[in-house]
Design a protein around this ligand. Structure first.
Ligand code: SF4
Length: 1019
């Protein structure tokens, strides 16, 4: 490997096996250094199994594991790896092994924030309170979430609060809130579940009560590496000390200046005090080594960041980041505008200029925000200029019109009472009902609603009214037609929701509600924006998992509710951007760890960023915070009280804001733009530039260009005209244009409508004819007790019936493997290509040069590259990701065909892309059988093909490997019988274990004796 370490890196890589703190500044090659430290130790004789790396997110863990495999390829080849885990995942693993000692069952489920809130809601509903104000229950749920997580972070229990004396309203409220957490804990015990806070608290209890277990775990390793250590909380620190304290050679890597998660419990003390918390065996504090050479940013960008960082240190000395020798200067623009709209429009135009004049790819530009709420103006400005945009923050994603439409369908399906979602659909461009159209419905439901008494669920009857539309008089013909169309689709989706996976349901909604069709009709940039963000939502639906069984729509929506909320979004969100050729918009918290050539940091207006306001962590004033006396550490000295405490807490919060800005600025490699505006948001007065902007401009060569020294009056509106939205079928060039034309010629609307009627009616007639010709849905064949599964389920069944049983019949906890997530990504790229969104050359050069962490190339050749070189990339498929639904007399099978190519009239090749290598699995043939059967039975087109070839295209081996079968009637008959027999076997009662090489990647290996024996025998 061609890696020449700097002197700083070399010192860390070769540091002896002693506790060590590494202060790794932004962009200084932290991951590279720690990977090489572990590789060096292995080259010195350490067995890889004796090392462990722990980091924060699954994504970071995947990246670290991949980099380690790349650094130690021979060992990886023989299946020997350094263990890599997340902090929570590591605790979970310990509880899996030894949890019985603290009453934790082996297969205990971990609940995410959605379930936590649900259980807390129930705990509130089940209680009676004297002082808690239940007027707005979600606020009480928020407080209980905060209180519960603080207790866990400080290794406390609710009883620690309920025993405290009640001195005032705050303590009385806190005591009642603690009883909610107590009830919530009881509910978790009853359900046999744990939350993330429990993982750390219980594991810590296990290890401190059973020192021999801690020693046993410790003895497994000779070195431990703690990544992003500045983000750990006090409980995590104590847990790590219980295992890796007392002189164990543990290396903590982090950067105190990048601690931006204090609000969710990260302890600034942890990193500062690491040398004391983890001393050497002789008791002396651990040594500290720095990484200060920045390999990312131009020197001027570092100077600007240095200006902000200096404020954090006040007058204390600190080591500045150094650019690498011969680094380019880079550029920093500091622009200040009259209004936030001017700022947004200028950013949009500058991005267009960079792309057009300087050839900067969209995907190498990011606009990063302190808050999701600041995103909309700039997103609209970019879309008005037809710039493709990828929203990397989930909170912002849900606000995008197409994603919001899909979300509204999901909400209407699962929550018929959600009148806001229903109104979005009915009043939107597809159904175009006016509020007046709904009057007849609401008049009809009024007496029924009265019968329901004070049932607040007023939205449900509206759906009910649509369901019984025939009984309702006074609905105009046009409205009735549209409502009937809505009802047909709604009923169809209700049915689909019963048997489909989340992602399949979403895909069907996109297809059948016409959202894809609308997207395709847009300008290229707007279409790409919609597409990449819809795919991102599909990825979310695909990857999201409640850890047990099939993810339900109800739980998924609860999760989406959380991410729609700014605060929770920041907690739950995971950035997953950069694969598409689109400008990235995301929050700084999501941008941490990422980098772009060009970065815009907007809204640098006084009072906007640094954010002012919000609650201070002062338990004397607010019940949601636990008393300092109970904490493992406090944000300010414990003896400060009253105003002194408030002032100190304000300073703590402000410092975090400055660190956040520092993290944002250091994401830029070549160009950094710092912008703001006098008039921002709802402010009543114009505001000066943020002190952050002033601090950055202390660097030589950076001046704030105030474009409106006299900001004048507040603008009446703060919005950018957006090109977003489906083309209006009546006014295709937009209503503004229509208004202008009408003002010029009052007769114009009449001519427009008359022009449109004929072809429209003709098209409708044509579609009717096609529909009348279509065969009856094949699903009608299936009986009530039939098996309903996916093609993937069928392959699992063919491979190992026991695995199918644990996947679908009695589901056990499982996790989606990283390799599977990468596979999903490759399929998504192929799907986008197949739909013909981008010219081939642009795809190859630019679009899919994905980051290492996102790329399947971590483990080998990039499957997407192989695809691009293949014959499949050169022609447009007839169908892409086409849904199939096959009815057999014993059940039904649903799935999606990756691609169907038509080589001549009636000659189809059905292709299933595999992002891995050909493992010669005989069970996989089931997949091709299902696809061929679907095509032959007319499930893909009313006119079945005359010739069918089915092909597996393996992309994971560096070059394309194809396995093709030409299918004839006899083959189809045998396939039908095979699938029927297979489905029949899924009714049980026997689900035998069928060990094979696939056991190695089976989620249930740890439960399965036969699988473990097989793996042991074939090691
Ligand atoms: S470990 Fe092997 S035998 Fe056991 S369920 Fe999984 S695939 Fe089947």
């Amino acid at each position: 490997m061609n890696f020449i370490p700097t002197a700083e890196q070399k010192a860390i890589i070769e540091y002896p096996l002693r506790p060590l703190r590494v202060i790794a500044g932004a962009g200084t090659g932290k991951t590279t250094t720690i990977v090489h430290r572990l590789a060096h130790l292995v080259s010195e004789g350490l067995r890889p199994e004796q090392a462990i790396g722990i980091t924060f997110t699954n994504k970071a863990a995947e990246e670290l594991a991949g980099r380690l495999r790349d650094a130690l390829p021979d060992l990886a080849e023989s299946g020997r790896e350094v263990e890599v885990a997340t902090y929570h995942g590591y605790a979970y693993g310990i509880l899996q092994e030894f949890g019985a000692l603290v009453g934790v069952e082996r297969d205990t489920e971990i609940i995410g924030p959605g379930y936590v809130r649900q259980l807390l809601h129930e705990a509130i509903a089940a209680g009676s309170f004297d002082v808690l104000d239940l007027t707005w229950v979600p606020a009480r749920v928020d407080e209980a979430v905060d209180l519960g997580s603080q207790l866990a972070r400080n290794l406390c229990e609710p009883a620690d609060l309920t025993v405290l004396p009640v001195a005032d309203d705050v303590t009385a409220t806190r005591r009642e809130a603690a009883t909610i957490v107590e009830r919530y804990d009881a509910a978790k015990r009853e359900l046999g579940v744990l939350d993330y806070g429990d993982l750390i608290r219980l594991t810590h209890r296990l290890l401190t009560e059973h020192g021999e277990i801690a020693a046993r775990i410790r003895n497994r390793y000779s070195v431990a590496l703690l990544d992003e250590y500045q983000d750990t909380d006090p409980a995590q620190r104590e847990l790590l000390r219980a295992i890796f304290g007392d002189g164990f050679p543990v290396t903590a890597v982090g950067d105190a200046d990048q601690t931006i998660y204090e609000w969710r419990g990260a302890s600034t003390t942890n990193f500062e005090q690491f040398p004391v918390h983890f001393p050497a065996a002789d008791g002396t504090p651990a040594e500290t080594l720095p990484l200060t050479e920045n390999r990312r940013s131009g020197s001027l960008i570092l100077d600007a960041a240095h200006g902000v960082r200096s404020v954090l240190y006040d007058s204390e000395p600190f080591t500045p980041l150094r650019p690498v020798a011969n680094a380019a200067t880079g550029s920093v623009g500091a622009e200040y505008f009259r209004t936030a709209v001017d700022e947004a429009e200028w950013i949009g135009e500058e991005i267009v200029r960079l792309n057009a004049e300087e050839g900067v790819a969209w995907r190498d530009i990011a606009v990063i925000f302190r808050k999701n709420g600041d995103m909309a103006l700039i997103r609209d400005a970019l879309q008005a200029l037809d710039v493709p945009v990828e929203v990397g923050s989930l909170g912002g994603l849900l606000e995008l019109p197409d994603v919001a439409d899909l979300h509204a369908w999901l909400r209407t399906i699962e929550r018929p009472g959600d009148s806001i979602a229903l109104a979005r659909l009915l009043l939107g461009p597809k159904y175009r009902l006016g509020l007046g159209d709904l009057v007849a419905l609401s008049t009809w439901i009024k007496p029924k609603r009265a019968l329901l008494g004070d049932d607040p669920d007023l939205g449900w009857p509206l759906v009910e009214a649509i369901d019984q539309l025939e009984e309702i008089p006074d609905v105009s013909d046009a409205a009735r037609t549209r409502l009937l169309a809505f009802r047909r689709l709604y009923r169809r989706f209700l049915e689909l929701a019963q048997g489909s996976s989340l992602v399949d349901l979403c895909r069907n909604i996109l297809d059948e509600a016409g959202i894809w069709a609308e997207v395709e009709a847009r300008e290229p940039g707007a279409a790409l924006t919609a597409r990449v963000n819809l795919y991102r939502f599909l990825d979310l639906a695909e990857e999201w998992s409640p850890l047990r069984g099939t993810p339900t729509l109800q739980a998924f929506l609860a999760y989406l509710d959380l991410i729609a909320d700014d605060k929770s979004a920041a907690e739950l969100d995971t950035a997953n951007v950069g694969a598409e050729n689109a400008v990235v918009l995301l929050t700084i918290h999501r941008a941490k760890g990422l980098e772009w050539g060009t970065v815009f940091l907007p809204a640098l207006t006084d009072g906007v960023f640094p954010v002012k306001g919000g609650a201070f962590d002062d338990p004397d004033r607010l019940a949601r915070f636990i008393p300092y006396e109970l904490r493992l550490e406090t944000p300010v000295p414990i003896d400060l009280t009253g105003e002194d405490r408030k002032t100190a807490l304000r300073e703590v919060r402000d410092r975090q804001e400055w660190r956040t800005a520092y993290v944002g600025m250091t994401r830029a490699k070549t160009r950094l733009y710092l912008t703001g505006a006098h008039w921002h948001g709802e402010a009543k007065k114009p505001r000066p530039p943020s002190p952050l902007l002033e601090a950055a401009a202390t660097a030589d060569g950076i001046d704030i260009n105030d474009r409106a020294p006299d900001p004048g009056e507040r603008p009446v509106t703060m919005s950018v005209v957006s090109s977003e939205g489906a083309p209006d079928p009546v006014f295709p060039t937009g209503w503004r244009d229509a208004l202008r034309q009408t003002m010029a010629d009052a007769e114009w609307p009449a001519t427009l409508v008359l022009d449109g009627v004929e072809p429209y009616d003709a098209a409708v007639d044509q579609i009717r004819l096609i529909l009348d010709d279509m065969p009856a849905p094949p699903s009608a064949e299936a009986g009530d007790d039939s098996v309903d599964t996916s093609v993937t389920g069928l392959v699992t069944l063919a491979e190992c019936p026991q695995r199918f049983y644990w996947s679908e019949v009695e589901p056990l906890p499982r996790r989606q493997a990283p390799a599977m997530r990468r596979g999903v990504k490759v399929h998504r790229l192929i799907e986008m290509h197949g739909r013909g969104e981008m010219p081939l050359d642009e795809l190859a050069d630019d679009l899919y040069d994905v980051t290492e962490a996102d790329s399947p190339a971590i483990d080998g050749p990039d499957p997407y590259e192989v695809y691009l070189q293949s014959r499949f990339a050169q022609v447009k498929p007839r169908f892409v990701e086409a849904p199939i639904d096959i009815g057999l007399d014993v059940g039904r099978v649903r799935g999606r065909v990756d691609a169907v190519y038509e080589h001549g009239p009636g000659s189809w090749e059905i292709v299933d892309f595999k992002s891995g290598r050909n493992k010669q699995s005989t069970s996989a043939i089931v997949q091709l059988e299902a696809y061929a059967l679907a095509a032959a039975d007319g499930a893909l087109s009313p006119t079945p093909p005359d010739e069918i070839t089915v092909t597996f295209a393996y992309l994971g081996g560096g070059e394309l490997e194809e396995v093709s079968i030409s299918v004839d009637d006899h083959w189809i008959d045998e396939a039908r019988q095979h699938l029927r027999d297979l489905l029949d076997s899924a009714t049980g009662p026997e689900f035998p274990q069928s060990p094979s090489p696939a056991c190695r990647s089976c989620d249930f290996l740890r439960f399965c004796d036969a699988g473990r024996a097989y793996v042991g025998d074939n090691h």
